[in-house]
Design a protein around this ligand. Structure first.
Ligand SMILES: NC(=O)c1ccc[n+]([C@@H]2O[C@H](COP(=O)([O-])OP(=O)(O)OC[C@H]3O[C@@H](n4cnc5c(N)ncnc54)[C@H](O)[C@@H]3O)[C@@H](O)[C@H]2O)c1
Length: 497
């Protein structure tokens, strides 16, 4: 399906082009990057290996187009996003098909990702209309020593060119969640897709092309990290970086970037604390959904269960019963557990399991792996000296730590460098709020698994899990600067009359 019909112009032979100046082009490097199918472990697609000159061209065009876009009335910018949202949803099938083939996402989830991205754009258009039309009016006399002889009008202005870098696991949604807010606020966007997920991103960008955004305003540049990674993030033409990905990459980019606003959404090790009074059926259902959806490859996956000892056996029994019902296989067949993104990732997950087993953890299911497909495992009686207690596996394995006191659970959650989300299961509202206050993470869910959505909720990590806050409103605000105009009068304005 990819490259056919409406998308044929993004393909050159069997290589996908990159997007600049409102056109799909081949790179003059003559080199390509293979995108593997995680299920078959064979090359699936090829994308251009763009050069630094081509990156410069993208940024120059973006700068020029942004100047005109910033003067385009807000309602017209909103209309363009609504048009794009409609096209994206109409074209969900070919985009979802790419997600299945390059990130091994189950087809039904791939379709949800595209539709959710269209909805995100529509909401962004409406939210932008509301919040960007508002400014502030201040007078000078409340501040000591001043008369009322100055009026200050402040409003939001765009930053310029936003560099958007999404990760492989939600390449479409996490690109759109950066592009929509950037565009409604009057910015241009340079998108650097992840290698796995690049072709889904390019298809998604084509829906912006079809929606008629001005030439140059959006570009999508694919390439080798070594050639264009640092070049992009350290480029003086970039005015803001919105990045989602691993901690190591994010922290390295933050250190290299110049004095520009950064939005960093990094890894997580979301703790799930289960109290003795919890609804264990609800908790088990959420542990399965939170821990194993998309084979655990979600920043907000439940990544460690901290269960009170007195209910742990009962909980584990319920989780195991539900885990046994998960279907394991290929994304095309809509299986619950599908191959993880790469062999490197599968080897890493295997290393975590072996470390836990050697140190005495109990595996409730047998270790089984075929290629990148890993059968789900609940790893019980995990202790703090095991790697799995602290590291983010990004795979279908879930540790359970049995705790004697709730303080022990809170301590484990707060002792981790990651602090994205967490969750608590209890029937006591008072306890839920007190524990939520004590857990130092970006978001705490009460009686539900961690999750990013709905997409207009604030979304942020503390400590190594990130900088800044996403969510539609926060992203729009983050991609603007405040500008003030101060009217100075020769005398205080209340002296007349
Ligand atoms: N907090 C969140 O919102 C969130 C959401 C999804 C995923 N994640 C995290 O993302 C990670 C998985 O994604 P991944 O494996 O794609 O992460 P990654 O860090 O390997 O890559 C993320 C993106 O950065 C790009 N990149 C890598 N090196 C670069 C460089 N030097 N310069 C510029 N770009 C560079 C990659 O091509 C990719 O597009 C997990 O840790 C997960 O928790 C976080």
């Amino acid at each position: 399906m990819a490259g056919k019909g409406v998308f044929k112009e993004i393909l050159d032979g069997d290589v996908f082009k990159y997007y600049v100046d409102g056109e799909w082009r081949r790179s003059c490097s003559g080199q390509f990057i293979n995108v593997q199918n995680p299920s078959t472990r064979k090359p699936m697609f090829r994308v251009q290996a763009c050069t630094q000159d081509e990156v410069n061209r993208c940024i120059d065009s973006a700068k020029a187009a942004q100047k005109i876009w910033a003067r385009t009335p807000l309602w017209k910018r909103a209309e363009a996003l609504h048009r794009c949202a409609a096209i994206m949803k109409e074209q969900k099938a070919p985009i979802a098909d790419c997600l299945v083939k390059e990130v091994a996402k189950a087809l039904k989830d791939a379709v949800v990702e595209v539709v959710r991205s269209g909805d995100l754009l529509s909401y962004t258009a409406e939210e932008g209309i509301r919040i960007l039309s508002e400014g502030k009016f201040l007078v000078s006399d409340p501040f000591p020593g001043n008369e009322r002889n100055k009026y200050c009008l402040s409003s939001k202005i765009p930053l310029g060119v936003i560099l958007a870098i999404p990760p492989f696991n939600y390449p479409v949604n996490l690109a759109v969640s950066k592009m929509g807010p950037a565009l409604i606020a009057g910015n241009a966007v340079v998108l650097k897709p992840p290698t796995q997920g690049a072709v889904s991103c390019l298809h998604m960008v084509h829906t912006f092309h079809l929606a008629g955004f001005p030439k140059g305003l959006i570009s999508a540049v694919t390439g080798k990290g070594a050639d264009i990674g640092d070049f992009l993030t350290m480029h003086p033409g970039i005015n803001c970086i919105s990045f989602t990905g691993g901690c190591e990459t994010g922290i390295a980019i933050s250190k290299k970037a110049g004095m520009i606003p950064l939005q960093m959404e990094l890894g997580g090790k979301d703790s799930c604390i289960i109290l003795e009074d919890a609804d264990l059926e609800l908790a088990a259902t959420n542990i399965i959904k939170g821990g194993f959806s998309y084979s655990g490859q979600r920043c907000t996956a439940v990544k460690v269960v901290l269960a009170m000892e007195c209910i742990a056996d009962q909980l584990v029994c319920k989780v195991n019963a539900k885990l046994a019902k998960l279907t394991i296989g290929m994304p095309e067949d809509d299986c619950d557990i599908t191959p993880v993104i790469s062999e490197t990732s599968a080897n890493f997950i295997e290393g975590l399991v072996h470390d836990a087993r050697h140190k005495g953890a109990r595996l409730h299911q047998e270790w089984r792996r075929e290629g990148n497909l890993i059968w789900p495992i609940l790893i019980d009686h995990v202790r703090p000296d095991m790697r799995i207690a602290w590291e983010e596996p990004f795979g279908p394995i879930l540790p359970v730590i049995r705790i004697k006191t709730v303080e022990e659970g809170i301590h484990h959650c707060n002792a981790n460098n990651f602090a994205l989300q967490g969750c608590i299961f209890t029937r006591s509202f008072d306890k839920a709020i007190m524990i939520s206050d004590a857990m130092e993470s970006g978001t705490i869910q009460i009686n539900s698994a961690p999750g990013r959505g709905p997409d207009h909720f604030p979304f942020q990590g503390l400590r190594d899990s990130g900088v800044g806050s996403q969510g539609i409103t926060n992203s729009i605000n983050m991609m603007c600067k405040i500008k003030s105009t101060v009217m100075n009068f020769p005398a205080a304005t209340y002296t007349m009359g």
